[in-house]
Design a binder for this molecule. Structure first.
Ligand code: CMC
Length: 428
């Protein structure tokens, strides 16, 4: 909605640009006509000042530490909702009533098995392959198995593909884990919850019954909720960009998984726990703080800092509390948690971190909980991908239904040689 105008003058060329308002948050200057009007592009590496799309899914106020999904604060969803309910909310815009939630849960549960032939794919990976490598490959391969849900112009097929991705991701992730530890795959069971089922497929073995521990199930479900979506972050933007060309949903989500793997993004939870273990004891913290502040050292405090949050990451607050609760309830005394708490205190009182507004992010405490549950660090980013699949498919669906959607095609500031003539190799 255009409220006011921004006027841009370049030399003697003056043009007005609409200022658009969302429901809440910063206004945006609509620069779509800028190139036609001026022959110039905007320059914004890392998109720090660019809104790439319109979206009604997730709102973040980085200065206030607010995260809303469809308007609901993340703290309320993490404490009171379930991952299935949040998934429905993200896909459909409203919280479901009891019957609708049951129907949705039933639908997702009935899609949890993967085509039997898919299991042979795993055998092609080295047995010590990183599970994220397996996840990228196997999710991409889904498009060769589910041809009946790859027509992106058919809303029904898009819905089925979305349900399939949400439902199959735990099965595929658990199979990646099982493959890496040399244990047989465990089939899903329909009488368990989404999260309970995932835990059983991951930690159960055919030789004995696996009892889902309600403490672990609830902590895991909370972690899934906290990772469900996060606005136009790198992997979500990757999914949207891949999808903007008309690529099928399975290929788009595989692209998102590849992007999430990086240590500056989803890979940070693995890196954060490795860092805390490397620090080992609180007395070594000052050494690592000094390294993080040293411009000549590429080391960064993993699990600290965020592009958008310049106040506390609200997800980190929920997880910090959950980490203590889970470890207490499980009777685990992990010195890594003490190191994490001490590091947080020292960093938060250090002028370097205060001035740069660097606070713990979601990855700072998630690793401590996941490790207490029994996951190896290589699985941390896989769990992030599993949960984020909900956000990715919701964002992808929103993009496809958006009449303003176009293929993503950024431009550039070219700094290479201008035109020159080819010189045959003998004359060079
Ligand atoms: N440790 C030490 N210094 C840092 C850190 C850190 N973790 N993060 C940022 N800085 C410094 C950085 O050196 C820079 O200093 P200067 O202005 O003097 O050059 C300043 O703070 C701004 O950093 P930036 O890299 O320009 O900020 P960004 O918005 O591009 O990067 C970030 C955000 C998350 C990539 C970065 O903070 C980082 O690398 N953090 C560690 C990795 C991490 O925990 N990532 C998880 C993010 S949350 C989950 C997710 O989204 O996947």
């Amino acid at each position: 909605m255009a409220d006011t105008k921004a006027t841009l003058t370049i030399g003697d060329n003056t043009k007005d640009y609409d200022i658009l308002s969302g429901s809440v948050g910063p206004q945006v200057i609509d620069v779509r006509k800028l190139y036609a009007n001026t022959g110039m592009f905007t320059y914004d590496p890392g998109f720090t000042s660019t809104a790439s799309c319109e979206s009604a899914l997730t709102y973040i106020d980085g200065d206030e530490g607010i995260l809303l999904h469809r308007g609901y604060p993340i703290e309320q969803l993490a404490e009171q909702s379930s991952f299935m309910e949040v998934s429905y909310l993200m896909l459909n815009g409203e919280l479901p009533d009891a019957a609708t939630l049951e129907k949705f849960t039933h639908t997702i549960t009935r899609h949890t098995m993967v085509h039997e032939q898919l299991s042979t794919f795993y055998r092609g990976f080295r047995r010590d392959a990183h599970p994220m490598a397996i996840l990228c490959g196997v999710v991409g391969a889904l498009s060769s198995f589910y041809h009946d849900s790859t027509d992106i112009n058919d809303p029904q097929q898009r819905t089925i593909a979305s349900h399939r991705l949400i439902a199959k991701m735990p099965t595929i992730a658990a199979m990646a884990y099982k493959y890496s530890v040399g244990q047989p795959f465990v089939y899903p069971r329909n009488d368990l919850s989404y999260t309970g089922n995932f835990l059983r497929m991951t930690f159960g073995v055919p030789a004995e019954e696996y009892e889902v521990d309600p403490i672990i199930e609830s902590a895991m479900d909370k972690i899934f909720i906290l990772h469900a979506d996060h606005e136009q972050n790198a992997s979500t933007s990757t999914v949207r960009l891949a999808g903007s060309s008309g690529a099928n949903p399975f290929a788009c989500i595989a692209a998102g998984i590849a992007c999430l793997w990086g240590p500056a993004h989803g890979g940070a939870n693995e890196a954060a726990l490795n860092m805390l273990r490397e620090i080992g004891t609180p007395d070594r913290i000052p050494e690592y703080i000094a390294r993080a502040k040293n411009k000549d050292d590429p080391f960064r405090l993993m699990g600290f800092g965020h592009r958008v949050y310049k106040n506390f990451d609200p997800r980190a607050k929920v997880l910090s509390k959950a980490a203590s609760e889970v470890l207490d309830k499980l009777g685990i005394n992990d010195p890594v948690l003490d190191t994490a708490r001490e590091l947080e205190q020292i960093a938060l009182s250090d002028p370097y971190f205060i001035d740069k507004k660097l606070y713990p992010n979601v990855d700072f405490y998630s690793g401590v909980i996941l490790s207490a549950i029994g996951f190896p660090t290589e699985m941390f980013t896989v769990l992030f991908a599993l949960a984020r699949t909900v956000g990715w498919v919701a964002q992808w669906n929103e993009m496809i239904s958006d009449p303003a959607q176009k293929i993503g095609r950024p431009r550039q500031l070219y700094t290479g040689p201008s035109q020159r003539d080819y010189v045959p190799v003998a004359q060079r």
